[in-house]
Design a protein. Structure first.
Length: 148
């Protein structure tokens, strides 16, 4: 699998992925669950590009949680095709933030769009932290990647 990571500008990050044959369904399309895995991979790649590792979050006593995901399929993806998965965090003023992700083929065709709502869970209290963007800002070595 050829995978490339690139920053597309402050606040938007993308990861290139080649669709593997075993990730497809009986119609030859990328399986619906794999879209969520690709999206998760792009989010973690973006956090790592900002200098935030999973271990850093755990050490701080927090963990990211997905509260809602809406995935819209626009054009099929098949084995061997390349797709770029972008990621953008939209910070709110409360306990949650939005995430926008676009799955784009090399010719510019949008294969899918994912919008989500996330937050940071205090791992000890099992409650959402009040201002997740401040946790990310404090942990990041390059907060510009996250548009902070």
């Amino acid at each position: 699998m050829a995978e490339q990571q690139s920053e597309s500008g402050a606040g938007v990050y993308s990861v290139g992925i080649t669709v593997r044959g075993y990730e497809t369904d009986t119609q030859g399309h990328l399986n619906q669950a794999v879209y969520l895995q690709y999206a998760e991979h792009a989010r973690w790649s973006m956090l790592m590009a900002a200098g935030i590792r999973q271990a850093d979050l755990i050490e701080k006593g927090v963990g990211p949680v997905a509260l809602e995901n809406t995935l819209r399929y626009r054009s099929e993806l098949r084995a061997g095709e390349e797709v770029s998965v972008s990621c953008r965090f939209l910070w709110g003023e409360r306990k949650t933030f939005r995430i926008e992700q676009v799955f784009t083929k090399p010719d510019g065709t949008v294969a899918a769009e994912l919008t989500g709502v996330g937050g940071l869970l205090d791992l000890k209290e099992r409650r959402m932290v009040d201002d997740p963007k401040e946790y990310f800002r404090a942990l990041a070595t390059d907060a510009r990647v996250l548009d902070l």
